[in-house]
Design a protein around this ligand. Sequence first.
Ligand code: B12
Length: 453
Amino acid sequence: MRISVVYTNRNTYLCPAPVGGLLVAQRLAADGHDVDFIDLMHMKKPADGLVAALHRHNPDLVCFSIRNVDNMTMDAYADPLPDIAGYARHVRNTVRAPLLIGGTAVTTFPAQIRAMTGADWAYAGDDVDPVSRFVASVAQGAPDLATPGLVYADETGVHENPFSICGYADAHFGGWERIDLKKYRKGYFDCGVVTCTGCPHGCSFCDAHRTFGRDYRPRDSRTVVEELIELERRFGARSVFLINNGLNYPLESGKELLARIAQAKLKLSFSCIIEPGPMDAEFARLLFRANCSSAMIFGSTLDDAALERNQPHYRSADIAQIAGHLSDANVPFMLGLMFGGIGETGEGVKRSLDSSLAMKPVMRIMGTGFRIQPDTPLRDAAVAEGQITADDDCFTARFYEPADTSTAEIRAIIRQFSRSHPFENLRMLGFVARSIREGLFGRSRRASGDWKI
Ligand code: B12
């Protein structure tokens, strides 16, 4: 069967390459289908580009890979779905092929996005085996409507088959020749590489358990390093993002991977997220030796009372300790602070910002306002406090307002903090200058000792 797989994401912020869409495309190609990958990210005129590509390939099936429901950003809210519904209309007007949609956004809201795009089928989940079997059944002219994760409609209504998140322990990512990876470099990372999925923490605002799984499923560190080597040697990648919910979870597999990356003597550098929790000096040194260009300590507030209600698995002292390890190991790090959860107060925000000064991050990424996600404690709180109704499915974005402060007040506190500490930005300028230099001229590998695993 001829299949066109379309990456519909056009959000250029840090510009993630379509690793999931490519995994699906690779699998369908391995199954013997004639697959064309259409990447809308960098097209100047995406609708025209899509139509032209569809005319060329004349597919029997079109697949949309849809990443974001929205950007979850209160101050500069962006919702790509109306444009994506427009691309779906172009598909219908151009070819007589059915439309199958998937991707993280679809896993979160399969029925809603199916209805919005008019797709024939939506697929929720990360497992490509059912996708492969379903597409085979479509090719045989008898779509298997019992496929796990499939959402479809018939004369009796809309049906949502249950799905599970399986992770990528046995997956081999690739197919990068199907896209122009160099264009992604402009978004800083050539590509993302999955190292582990899952997160058991259940933070009040996060729905990772629904889309990324509850249990850690680390990938084999050898496979990850093979992918890094291929990205560097074959595709000239200089910088990648290691995809997981914190490279330090589980700590030992994070260390094993870092040691292997260091041994591989790659020139490419990587960025990663450090989730507050287990992390030690050895891990920080391994980050340096493996060529980590920036680590992002990813937290919400630094106010322990608010943390207790939103992210009880850590305290502000844990972040200070991690910052210390990273500084000692000479690993530049950013501090991600996201305010506005349950129990946040103006005083707590001020204390958080003040205590972050001693940590000396190269950059603070500060945000305000949590988008209320389905199936989260934050949603329960929003319903209990009358911010949304009990039947709200959260498809339309609403941002939580803490009871003892407001997102407007928090924003004012952040603005005041930035005005009061203008020199904090100098550290960031030095980091940006170094990043640009390394982006232009490549990065020399850090001297590494003998790290055996
Ligand atoms: C890593 C990551 C990032 C990295 C990306 C780095 C990189 N270069 O790749 C960074 C930090 C840059 C980032 C940024 C953002 N991210 Co992010 N990110 C993730 C994370 C943790 C993993 C995504 C990933 O790569 N998964 C692995 C790949 C292999 O899976 P996949 O793409 O989903 O594809 C699989 C399935 O979806 C399916 N599939 C995919 N396509 C198709 C197509 C068909 C037809 C079928 C059948 C199946 C199918 O099969 C694939 C293989 O299993 C997810 C968490 C999560 N739950 O997924 C959040 C997540 C996707 N991000 C999210 C958000 C909001 C953002 C930002 C908008 C944040 C911001 N405020 O700016 C930006 C947007 C970036 C952009 N320009 O699009 C949200 C999206 C939620 C929403 N409401 O839309 C998520 C879900 C996190 C969350 N729970 O809040 N992100």
